[in-house]
Structure formats: C-alpha cells, structure tokens
Design a protein around this ligand. Structure first.
Ligand SMILES: [Zn+2]
Length: 218
C-alpha cells in the first residue's frame, strides 16, 4: 500500500527529500517528494509528511556516507526479523551484507515516529547497509540510489533464501566471514552494481509501458 518510503539527501545541504505520504512506492512520479530539514520541518513540496520521517533524518544525520534511505515492510525480511536468526552470507544476495552483517533493532516493534527512536535505530544500524526492525520491517541504505535499491532487493531475497534453508531440515554451515567479504568485493564491483541497476530500470520500463504509466526513461 502506501507504507514504504524512500528519501535522498538534498544536494544543497538543506535536509532530505522524502517521498510524500498516501501513495505507494509504485505510484511515485517526479514531484512526489517533499523537502524536510533534519528536524522534520517541511521546506518545499506539497502533500503529507510520513510519520516515520525521523528514521530517515537520523540515519542520514549519523551516516554522512549515506545519501539514500529506504524503508519497507517486506515480507521475508520481516519474518526473519521476527526471529533471533542472524542473516548470513548463504547465497550471493546475502553476501551483499557480508562485511557488517544486518543488525536487528528489537527495543520496540513500534513505528519510528520520534527523534529518540530514530537515533536508536541509527545507532543500531552502525556502519551496516541494512537493519531488521523486529516485528515491523526493514531499513536499507546506500551512497547512491542503485546501492540503496540493491540493498533492499537483496535483503528480501537473502532472507527468503535463509528461511528456505532453515525450513529445509538439511544440515548446513555458515560460510567463512573473510571469504564472504572477499566474495562481496569480487561479485559487486561498481560496474556490476551499474549492470544490475540498469536491469531493474529496463524491467520497470517494460512494466510501465504495458500499463501506460511511468516517467522518462533513465
Ligand atoms: Zn514502518
């Protein structure tokens, strides 16, 4: 529905552009963002400010390397987040998170509507690319839009893979940490990230062409 949101850092240092409320990510077009400062004041744009704006603002405040933040309640990642299982580098998608792991925020299952909660989530995220919000959803970050998008998609796919693995009943081992970190460097260089980003752009173009919707091609 309309409960996921993404944001990106304002290039002029004024704050961040947050998708406006009451529409789904799949419905967003170019001007469906509002500019807020880091205290949540709306500086530009029209429409509702998502209640969970502190999640975005506090992650960006804590992480100067992060220019894009996504938040969703994706199914498999939220299932794994409701357990006490650590996400591991069990397949290529899980390897995206090999270096820092995916921490879990379990202080509360409430939505992140206060600065205090935003600060706590950002602290638990640390240097990681994503965080599981227990019994709530996920947040994922990147220095550009491609990194953020891949983190969000790979997180969901890796969680599905791990849940399948756990429910298979078969014995398995956790891949070596150092090997997985090196594998991450090998399979996801900037060139590969660009290729995957373009793949999803072409896919979106096809879907939008079929439905007669969408904005200009990238
Ligand atoms: Zn939420």
């Amino acid at each position: 529905m309309s409960m996921g949101h993404i944001s990106f850092r304002d290039p002029f240092g004024r704050g961040l552009w947050l998708k406006r409320g009451n529409l789904a990510l799949s419905e967003v077009v170019g001007d469906d963002f509002i500019l807020i400062d880091f205290d949540g004041n709306v500086l530009a744009g029209t429409g509702l400010r998502h209640l969970e704006w502190p999640l975005h603002a506090e992650i960006m405040r804590a992480r100067p390397d992060v220019n894009f933040v996504g938040h969703s309640h994706s199914h498999y990642a939220t299932v794994l987040g409701a357990t006490d299982e650590d996400l591991g580098p069990f397949n290529n998608h899980g390897v995206w998170f090999a270096e820092h792991g995916v921490p879990r925020f379990s202080e509360t299952s409430q939505i992140v509507t206060s600065v205090e909660l935003g600060v706590a989530v950002a602290k638990q995220l640390g240097d990681a690319e994503a965080i599981l919000l227990k019994n709530h959803g996920v947040a994922f970050v990147g220095d550009d839009v491609a990194e953020m998008m891949l983190a969000g998609i790979f997180l969901e796919w890796a969680c599905k893979f791990q849940l399948d693995l756990l429910s298979s009943g078969a014995k398995f081992d956790r891949p070596d940490h150092e090997e997985s970190v090196e594998k991450r460097r090998r399979i996801y260089p900037p060139k590969a990230q660009r290729n995957y980003w373009m793949y999803f752009n072409r896919k979106l173009d096809r879907v939008e062409a079929l439905q007669g919707i969408g904005i200009a091609q990238v």
